[in-house]
Design a protein around this ligand. Structure first.
Ligand code: PMP
Length: 422
């Protein structure tokens, strides 16, 4: 921040304090914390509540889907998502209701049994470490922490993880077994990986059982006309001589119903066999009727794209509101910098070092809940205390605007306090 902006800020401390006091007196109760679809988005899939319909319970091959079996999931649904996830149908499994469950299970299987290429189960290594691009997704970090995997932050750039930092970490640390990646509209920055960075990741000189957890949660969640260049990560890995390096995850949680969608796992033939072997102890097959109603609703890749356009119409104005309010309220004071994502569910706001926690606490004091500072980093530790995740989709546009305005009032006060103390 420039000195001029700093002096303006500290000069305005009293003004910002009284604006904040007024805000507090309004007794708001607004929640901008989680990246959930709003009710009008969920309603886009309400045809599913009566699908597949009375008497409809077989797949294209005539299999009775009311019964056990079909551990790989419905081929028709896998075909619909094969292109979006860039995984050939035979290597793409359609499973339960949550991709996070799959990530948790895959890491658990790796800890208990090892993966193809492991010398021993990861859990028998003295230390297992994962690279965590930051800012990143708190639930990824929670899984790794819960399973005893050490986390090493690496910077996330606009085109993906900072490859120099990734290489430097791997060069000195043989305990590194994996990396979390959200390649499209990353949570929480909205950054999109470039094919070059993807190629670097699959080519890393890493452990034989190093795995990229490629969580393509937002592959089809566009809010502009721009489309990311598709990255066929499994083929890139094979070309680089590491065919088993990548686990692909995805789900329809933010396509249809969050919590009642379908999750996907894709990988090399050998990895899929490995996963299926261990998953077979856990389940006699997924909920194929839920998969069938998804096929009935979405029908084709084009059907998915058309459905996502309806989401876009509902949420693009909310993302635009974030840009408008931050630009109008913060830019005049040189406060903050923020991403302008072309899809996904989040915006990342970066404030002055040491200000994020204070701004969020002030917002909470005025009844506005913002995702806790630090949640974008391993161990909830943002060493700069500067990164704030904004989740604009869930509130109504009126509540969102009120929440953003109030949050800016809190942030300006926090920045002015810091400037005045300097
Ligand atoms: N991955 C990412 C990057 C996410 O942002 C989310 C939802 N917030 C999930 C996974 C959760 O997906 P699911 O509902 O399939 O468990």
């Amino acid at each position: 921040m420039s000195t001029a902006a700093t002096s303006t800020l500290s000069d305005r401390l009293a003004e910002f304090q009284s604006a904040y006091d007024e805000l507090k007196a309004r007794g708001l109760k607004l929640d901008l914390t989680r990246g959930k679809p709003a009710a009008d988005q969920l309603a886009l899939s309400d045809a599913m509540l009566s699908l597949p319909g009375e008497g409809v319970f077989t797949d294209a091959a005539g299999t009775d889907l009311r019964n056990y079996g079909g551990p790989s999931g419905l081929p028709e649904l896998r075909a619909i998502f094969s292109d979006a996830l860039q995984v050939p149908v035979p290597q793409l499994l359609a499973l339960g209701n949550s991709s996070l469950t799959l990530m948790h299970d895959v890491l658990t299987f790796a800890m208990l049994h090892g993966v193809p290429g492991s010398e021993r189960p990861w859990g028998r290594e003295e230390t297992v470490s994962f690279l965590c691009p930051v800012p990143g997704y708190d639930r990824h970090f929670a899984i790794t922490e819960a399973l005893g995997v050490r986390m090493i932050p690496v910077p996330l750039n606009e085109d993906g993880p900072d490859i120099a930092a990734v290489k430097a970490a791997i060069a000195v640390d043989p305990t590194i077994k994996g990396i979390w990646c959200v390649p499209v509209y990353s949570n929480p920055t909205g950054d999109v990986y470039s094919p070059e960075v993807a190629r670097e990741l699959v080519s890393l000189d890493a452990a034989d059982d190093f795995r990229i957890f490629w969580d393509n949660a937002y592959a089809v969640h566009h809010i502009t006309d721009w489309r990311p260049e598709p990255i066929d990560i499994l083929s890139l890995a094979a070309e680089a001589g590491h065919p088993d390096r990548v686990f692909v995850f995805g789900s329809t949680s933010k396509v249809t119903y969050a919590g009642s969608g379908v999750a996907f796992f894709g990988s090399s033939v050998e990895n899929v066999q490995w996963f299926s072997r261990w998953a077979a102890f856990q389940s006699i097959g997924p909920d194929k009727l839920n998969q069938l109603r998804h096929v009935a609703l979405l029908q084709s890749p084009e059907g998915v794209a058309a459905h996502m356009e309806k989401h876009r119409a509902l949420i693009a104005p909310k993302f635009a509101a974030v840009q408008e309010v931050f630009g109008r309220r913060l830019s005049p004071f040189g406060v903050g910098s923020w991403t302008d994502p072309k899809g996904g569910y989040f915006v990342t706001l970066t404030v002055s070092p040491g200000v994020a926690k204070r701004a969020i606490a002030l917002a909470a004091g005025a009844g506005i809940a913002i995702t806790p500072a630090g949640s974008t980093h391993p161990y909830l530790d943002d060493p700069e205390d500067a990164v704030i995740r904004i989740a604009p989709t869930f509130p109504t546009i009126e509540d969102l605007n009120a929440g953003l305005e109030g949050f800016c009032t809190a942030l300006l006060l926090a920045e002015a306090e810091k400037a005045a103390a300097a």
